[in-house]
Ligand binder design. Structure first.
Ligand SMILES: Cc1cc2nc3c(=O)[nH]c(=O)nc-3n(C[C@H](O)[C@H](O)[C@H](O)COP(=O)(O)OP(=O)(O)OC[C@H]3O[C@@H](n4cnc5c(N)ncnc54)[C@H](O)[C@@H]3O)c2cc1C
Length: 416
């Protein structure tokens, strides 16, 4: 008997994660990716300006990201992420020169907030009670409705933490995805909030192992195949129209659309999707980091927000960076390098650099956009949605993308 087929459109992490769910062989899997390289917004590439292979953006993960762990284990690369053995977040305030290490304790009772050397300097334990209000908030509220978005603790912890997690200024952000992150990481204690990075790069960590795994399970991965349109008949998706050929979707077959929100909306007019996005700017400097540099440094009162130390470069992340999109790249490089020299005590002229502005890095985690995130089901019985922008309950992150792919695959198999 012919096995049913699953067509997965989009080879980002959502699509790849969905594909891994069919590894038991009950379905034939075909995955179509428009680009010549899989990975979408989570990929490595050769950057000629630096003569290095770098990632499209620095990606910070936390040890509480359980779907990420599960995915890496499934594709056989569970040691892909590196980080300190303990949850330690060094910070520097460029305005005052102060530095400190945020150091949550193991276990869910947060005694670290009672220890001056573990909490943010200039704060007292009662300041942290605001977090309870945040996790107990109703959906449909904004962060600024439940937390005072000013003061030392906000400036030194909640602002950088939520801006990084949501890629949206917390003053305009919805509380629900912020609370979900806190519940899954900080509230579970140090074991769930160790900072992790793919030090060897995102493609070697996530994408290549996933492609090898899928190939070993006889999934067909087609690169350079952009879906142009779909045809529907009898309330089901009946045909996929690519540039060079049409692929019928036979009865019993199904499709998972794991493309970015604007592409999904273009293919499925009338679909409600988030329509406002926020930029991320990354700056890369080809310079060997000082031996004393931590792998990740949080920065307060700088243009730089996070400084990542890799073996062959220093890289800076600036989230919610729409205000910088029109700033000349040379100007940005100089300003960010000036922060970096203060933070590292490196001196000398600007080393080889690259500035990458990802205009639509993630959707804006505002109340309006949150309300537009669809679930995995569509009006068509054999069409399912995945992507970091679908209603995962999480911000647009690797964890959210992987979970969305898992959920679309589970809905599909559950619907049979
Ligand atoms: C600069 C930057 C920094 C980030 N930092 C972090 C971080 O620190 N931590 C974190 O967890 N997350 C971070 N993220 C978010 C994370 O990268 C994304 O949430 C995740 O990669 C999204 O995966 P996805 O599969 O949902 O979407 P995508 O990666 O966008 O995948 C969609 C895929 O569909 C393909 N496609 C589009 N149209 C078609 C078509 N018509 N036919 C076929 N294929 C198509 C695209 O080429 C793409 O490969 C960051 C993102 C950026 C851009």
């Amino acid at each position: 008997m012919r096995r049913p087929k699953v067509h997965i459109i989009g080879g980002g992490l959502a699509g790849l994660a969905a594909a891994t769910r069919f590894a038991d062989g009950a379905y034939d899997v075909a995955l179509y990716e428009a680009a010549r390289q899989a990975g979408g917004r989570c990929r490595s590439y050769y950057e000629p300006a630096l003569g290095l292979t770098i990632d499209n953006g620095n990606h910070l993960l936390l040890s509480g990201n359980h779907a990420v762990r599960d995915f890496l284990k499934c594709v056989g690369n569970e040691n892909a992420l590196q980080g300190p053995p303990d949850a330690r977040f060094p910070f520097v305030d460029l305005a005052t020169g102060e530095s400190w290490v945020l150091h949550p304790n193991k276990g869910s009772f947060p005694w670290w907030i009672f220890v001056p050397g573990r909490r943010v300097p200039g704060t007292k334990p009662s300041d942290y009670l605001a977090l309870l209000k945040l996790v107990l908030a109703r959906d449909g509220q904004s962060i600024s409705q439940v937390m005072r978005c000013e003061g030392t603790l906000y400036e030194r912890l909640w602002h950088p933490f939520f801006l990084a997690a949501l890629n949206t200024d917390p003053r305009e952000a919805a509380v629900a995805p912020a609370a979900a992150v806190i519940r899954e990481t900080l509230m579970k204690g140090a074991g769930a909030c160790r900072p992790l990075v793919a030090a060897e790069g995102l493609t070697p960590a996530f994408i290549d192992p996933a492609l090898r795994f899928l190939e070993s399970r006889n999934a067909h991965v087609f690169l350079g195949r952009r879906l142009r349109a779909i045809s529907v008949a009898d309330a089901r998706l009946a045909k996929l129209e690519f540039e060079d050929e049409n692929v019928p979707v036979d009865r019993g077959d199904a499709v998972i659309l794991a493309v970015p929100a604007p592409v999904a909306e273009g293919l499925l007019p009338g679909l409600a999707v988030p329509r406002t996005f926020r930029a991320i700017v990354n700056a890369h400097f080809k310079v060997e980091p000082p031996a004393s540099m931590p792998p990740i440094l949080g920065v307060i009162n700088g243009l730089t927000e996070w400084l990542f130390a890799y073996a062959d470069r220093l890289s800076v992340t600036i989230s919610g960076a729409d205000r910088l999109l029109d700033v000349a790249r040379e100007d940005l490089a100089q300003r960010i390098w000036s922060d970096v020299t203060q933070l590292t005590h490196l001196s000398g002229p600007l080393p080889p650099w690259q500035i990458i502005k990802e205009k639509r890095a993630t959707f804006a985690a505002t109340l309006e956009e949150e309300a537009l995130r669809p679930g995995p089901r569509t009006p068509y019985a054999n069409l399912f949605l995945a992507g970091d922008w679908t209603a995962t309950g999480l911000p647009a992150t690797i964890e959210g993308a992987i979970r969305s792919g898992y959920r679309a695959a589970d809905e599909l198999t559950g619907s049979r």
